[in-house]
Design a protein around this ligand. Structure first.
Ligand SMILES: [Zn+2]
Length: 345
């Protein structure tokens, strides 16, 4: 596993050091490639014939095992939902009937590491644990990890990936050396996205907030056209067919829909107040027209309401009703308030 083009310098400088820390916290926003970096670092640490600058060879038994996911000196700890999702890939209908797997990393998953840490390494004398994302550990899991980190874990290196480092226990943060990772410059990100076959890399990157892996995932999920099904009707709030729209979008996950709405409203507000558009650059003319005609305080109130909705969007009581309400409230930003008093404010 190779690092991404914008990570080579950081990887080489880390590998060039005399010794790696016992625990390394890779912090930065989501979708910029922290996990890929952690995988490249893991491969380099476990490789049995590393290249001169310290990177993995990609061909030794250790590199082969890592690729196959069977390395005896490596443990990957991820939320249950992710490991089940991977196991279910290829199984038909797995997406249409999802079981609610936990988004958390459970204490049991971390406790199992204690044995791994105490046993000696099978191969080169090093072991690596990768926890991603570390903030998915529930408090029991976090405390179990803390216990392991408090006793020097010998030849084991812990790599913790985090999108929200402030959500980690301060005691865990303080035991890790922190490496802050940033998104690559847009030109480099676009070049990489094009090399991955992403059409309209600029729009994809903008909607992903500059995070290239987020943009690639969205492209592979055909998110652009799914998002258009929501956003194109929103360009005409006066004639918005709320019930029809809610029906069209019934198959979409509520957190995605709310997130698309949040970015849309962010752009409306930014266009009105700062004359710039961050996410939906391809729809700039419609956004500018809508922003000019909207009451800013209504937009801000709607934005606050979306933030509250997002907090519970993972488990709505009735997704269809919620979506309808969001759309009605959206249309009201332009359709109501023509001299009348909005009783629901
Ligand atoms: Zn190797």
């Amino acid at each position: 596993m190779d690092a991404l083009p914008w990570q080579h310098e950081a990887l080489d400088s880390l590998l060039g050091r005399a010794g790696l820390p016992q625990a390394l916290l890779l912090a930065g926003s989501k979708g910029i490639g922290k996990r890929t970096f952690a995988a490249a670092l893991t491969a380099a640490m476990l490789c049995e014939s590393p290249r001169p600058q310290g990177r993995a060879c990609g061909a030794c038994p250790s590199c082969e095992w890592l690729r196959a996911g069977t390395h005896p000196d490596f443990r990957l700890v991820v939320p249950q939902s992710e490991s089940e999702g991977e196991a279910a890939q290829g199984a038909d209908e797995s997406r249409s009937a999802p079981r609610k797997a936990s988004q958390q990393i459970a204490a049991e998953q971390v406790r199992m590491l204690a044995d791994f840490v105490n046993l000696s390494a099978h191969r080169a004398g090093r072991k690596v644990v990768l926890i991603a994302p570390a903030e998915a550990m529930n408090s029991f899991a976090a405390n179990s990890l803390l216990k392991i980190l408090e006793e020097p874990p010998g030849e084991t290196t812990f790599l913790l990936v985090t999108h929200h480092s402030q959500r980690l226990l301060p005691t865990i943060r303080s035991r890790c050396q922190r490496l802050d990772m940033a998104a690559p410059p847009p030109a480099q990100a676009m070049q990489w996205l094009e090399s991955q076959g992403v059409a309209d890399a600029e729009a994809a990157l903008a909607h992903a907030g500059g995070a290239p892996l987020g943009a690639l995932d969205a492209f592979r999920d055909n998110e652009g056209s799914r998002r258009s099904a929501l956003l194109t009707p929103l360009c005409e709030p006066a004639t918005l067919d709320v019930l029809g729209l809610a029906e069209t979008l019934a198959k979409e996950e509520m957190p995605s829909l709310v997130s698309w709405l949040q970015k849309w409203v962010y752009d409306l507000i930014a266009s009105r107040l700062a004359r710039r558009i961050r996410y939906n650059v391809a729809l700039a003319p419609a956004i500018e027209r809508l922003a000019r005609a909207a009451d800013v305080s209504r937009l801000l109130a709607y934005q606050r309401m979306l933030a509250e909705t997002q907090a519970v969007a993972g488990h709505p009581l009735n997704a269809q009703l919620l979506l309808e309400r969001l759309c009605f409230d959206y249309a009201d930003i332009w359709n109501a308030g023509q001299g009348e008093i909005d009783g629901r404010a």
